[in-house]
Design a protein around this ligand. Structure first.
Ligand code: NI
Length: 427
């Protein structure tokens, strides 16, 4: 017994009292967080249209006495909470937008919302769980505002719009928040974020140091040939045939050209449009696709290869290819030193044994734009019911996406631990 008691006795009394206070306050706010999450779930809003959501966030932060800025990056809200003691500036981020998906779940709070999306009427659903992120960060704001006297430093709450990408012709998301200076006033030292995950057991936290999620680049390729009768292809230049060669060759970038011992690469063509009739060789074909990388030096090479392959193969066939590549996100990179420093915080939040490492993901996150500027750490929080098979978990971005929201308190606590545990001496 003595051996067990000893470490308790040497803990500074103030720290353990502070920790106990934090735990009690997280418990107090937990039910409200679930309520908020379900309210957001029932009232989802598309990217750059998060008007109701951001109003709720702003009203809540105001009621806590947190200084706020509204209309950041269109519909974003930034809250600034100054602690009683000097220290680092710590940013906590939650994204707020939903997706154009029709919900298929039988839940009392399922979404029935429809909206206009790029000129089309669509169903709207929180099919990626950003409703949970917003609610958890509101909960953390409540806890932290009540513990202001214990905080050394400043907390910046980043309630971000349009993580899923702004509508056509609009800017948005983390990149626009950075552009508008959210990391500069006050100057942010470190940024933390998390994502609920439908295939990770509820209450568990998973992480990966270094490259975690992929960069995403969208490519558009227009192949221009020469039209002819389908019976006389030699009189034209067939853009469909040329496109098929380009698609084949792209897979060689992955299997023959990239050093797969360093990091995985994905090149996928997701759409191809050409032609109207069986016996007409069209003049043009257009392809759309995505490129995923987990290493920025490999990424640079892959982007060049996509351009070179498309234009060279087109030229070989007497056609031309116009290639445009648009960057959507960078590599989500978890600073390895920061990860080591903050692991005990994750254990405090989820409990020892409930913090696990995971493989890299070819999915993407625009949190990477914050990490491009300051060290950051992005983790997965489990939302899969106990006993479910991970392979059967409903995937994100689908009509059946569903999470177990009974342990959102783990996420609230993780946000708060990041604030209290981040080293107070600047590097
Ligand atoms: Ni998401």
């Amino acid at each position: 017994m003595r051996r067990l008691l000893f470490p308790l006795l040497i803990l500074p009394a103030t720290v353990s009292a502070q920790q106990a206070g934090l735990e009690a306050k997280v418990k107090d706010v937990a039910a409200k967080v679930v309520e908020w999450r379900r309210d957001f779930h029932q009232n989802p809003e598309l990217s750059n249209r998060e008007f109701r959501t951001s109003k709720k966030v702003a009203d809540h932060l105001k009621s806590l006495g947190i200084e706020i800025k509204e209309g950041v990056a269109k519909t974003g809200v930034v809250g600034i909470l100054k602690g009683a003691k000097p220290g680092p500036v710590i940013a906590l981020r939650a994204d707020m937008d939903a997706l154009p998906v029709v919900e298929r779940n039988d839940l009392s709070y399922a979404s029935k919302v429809t909206a206009d999306y790029n000129g089309q009427k669509v169903g709207v659903m929180h099919a990626c769980g950003h409703d949970a992120h917003t609610a958890m960060l509101m909960g953390a704001a409540e806890v932290l505002s009540k513990m202001k006297a214990d905080i050394a430093g400043t907390v910046v709450f980043l309630f971000q719009p349009a993580e899923e990408g702004a509508p056509e012709g609009e800017e948005g998301g983390a990149a626009l928040m950075v552009k508008e200076g959210v990391l500069n006033a006050p100057k942010v030292d470190v940024v933390f974020g998390m994502h609920i995950n439908s295939a990770t057991p509820v209450g568990t936290i998973r992480y990966k140091p270094g490259a975690f999620m992929a960069s995403a680049d969208l490519f558009k390729i227009k192949v221009k040939g020469k039209g002819s009768h389908g019976s006389q292809p030699w009189l034209g230049v067939d853009p469909i045939y040329v496109s098929s060669q380009i698609i084949q060759a792209f897979q060689g970038i992955v299997s023959r050209e990239s050093d797969l011992t360093k990091a995985p690469v994905v090149v996928s063509v997701g759409a191809i449009h050409s032609g109207v009739r069986f016996n007409i060789i069209p003049e043009e074909a257009e392809m759309l696709g995505t490129i995923r990388n987990l290493d920025s030096s490999i990424r640079k090479k892959v982007l060049e290869q996509v351009k070179n392959i498309a234009t060279t193969i087109a030229e070989m066939n007497g056609a031309t290819a116009e290639v445009s590549i648009e960057n959507k996100t960078l590599v989500t990179y978890n600073d390895p030193t920061l990860v080591q420093q903050m692991l005990p915080s994750l254990e405090k939040a989820a409990g020892a044994g409930n913090v696990q490492t995971m493989n890299w993901q070819t999915g993407a996150e625009d949190f990477s734009f914050f990490q491009e500027k300051v060290p950051g750490f992005f983790v997965y929080l489990g939302g899969m019911p106990i006993g479910m098979d991970e392979k059967k978990a409903p995937p994100h971005h689908t009509p059946d996406f569903k999470i177990d929201d009974s342990r959102l308190d783990v996420g609230v606590k993780a946000y708060c631990q990041f604030v209290f545990d981040y080293p107070k001496t600047k590097k």
